[in-house]
Design a binder for this molecule. Structure first.
Ligand code: PAF
Length: 284
């Protein structure tokens, strides 16, 4: 497994790799890897000839009041997992490599970033799209693998790729969950046993929404009422939002008439968690 820390060196290495007609798959991460990340890695290893993974905690996507300083890190373990999996190349830049002195260019996607996560974290998506564009310019991938767990992020990146005519295919892969339904997230490490139990409020509310749709309820307001009530059964949780949005455009919808994302965000203590499911009223 090759490890690069400098943009220029990985660029010139991958230029040589790609010139042999090799298909490159790329999994960008902020490290502290779990089976969710590794499922993206596996998908790339299966479908591409060369898999690149980046590990970089991007400060630009954290607001000053967020958890950048305490964001979990364990590079030694991450590298061991990636080596065992059979990853070809790892990119490990530092802050001065990604944001050298004088850096002053930002990528901003429009209306899709102003709802959901964009309301609660107004500067977040600019940080994500700026770093992902820089990473894509560095890695020159054919396929970019992203997780459904961060579905709005994935759709924002897809929109950027389309609007900027970038020659990259974006693949959104299913959320990986614990046996009891909790979506895997690096931030789960912050949770005490009690908070971890309360965190099941997110998937429980989502399942309540799914069930309501199975029973034929299609008005989002009515579905949301049921979901809020389920969420409220978990003490000590604070709901941030529930959002119903079109699965391709992430435009909010008022009733479920086609494939729709139900997204939810809430706080378990100080830890902010997100989750989502895709529902389809036609499928029972
Ligand atoms: O989802 C993440 O881990 C990050 O937002 C990403 C895509 C690696 C950009 O920093």
């Amino acid at each position: 497994m090759k490890i690069y820390k400098k943009i220029k060196s990985i660029q010139s290495y991958l230029r040589k790799v790609a010139s042999d007609g090799i298909k490159i798959g790329f999994v960008p991460t902020m490290g502290y890897l779990h089976e969710g990340h590794l499922s993206l890695v596996d998908r790339s290893l299966k479908n591409c000839d060369h898999t690149v993974v980046s590990v970089y905690v991007n400060p630009m996507q954290f607001a000053p009041n967020e958890d950048l300083a305490r964001y979990p890190r364990d590079l030694k373990r991450d590298l061991k997992l990636l080596r065992e999996r059979g990853v070809d190349t790892v990119f490990l830049p530092n802050n001065s490599e990604m944001y050298p002195d004088g850096f002053d260019t930002y990528v901003s996607v429009g209306s899709i970033t102003k709802i959901g996560e964009g309301v609660s974290r107004p500067t977040h998506f600019n940080g994500v799209t700026t770093i992902v564009l820089k990473l894509l310019n560095t890695v020159r991938t054919d396929i970019l693998y992203l997780g459904q767990k961060d579905i709005q992020q994935a759709l924002v990146i897809k929109k950027m790729v389309k609007d900027l005519n970038m020659p990259v295919k974006v693949e959104i892969c299913p959320t990986v969950r614990e046996r009891d339904g909790l979506a895997l997230s690096s931030r789960n490490v912050y949770l005490s046993n009690e908070l971890r139990n309360n965190a099941l409020s997110l998937i429980s509310a989502l399942k309540t929404g799914e069930k309501a749709i199975r029973y034929g309820i299609i008005r989002c307001a009515a579905i949301e009422r049921r979901m809020r009530s389920k969420f409220g059964e978990f003490k000590g949780m604070k709901l941030d939002y529930i959002l119903f949005a079109d699965v391709k455009t992430f435009k909010p919808v008022k009733s479920i008439t086609g494939r729709t994302v139900i997204a939810i965000a809430g706080f378990a203590g100080r830890t902010r968690l997100i989750d989502n499911i895709i529902v389809n009223p036609g499928v029972r």
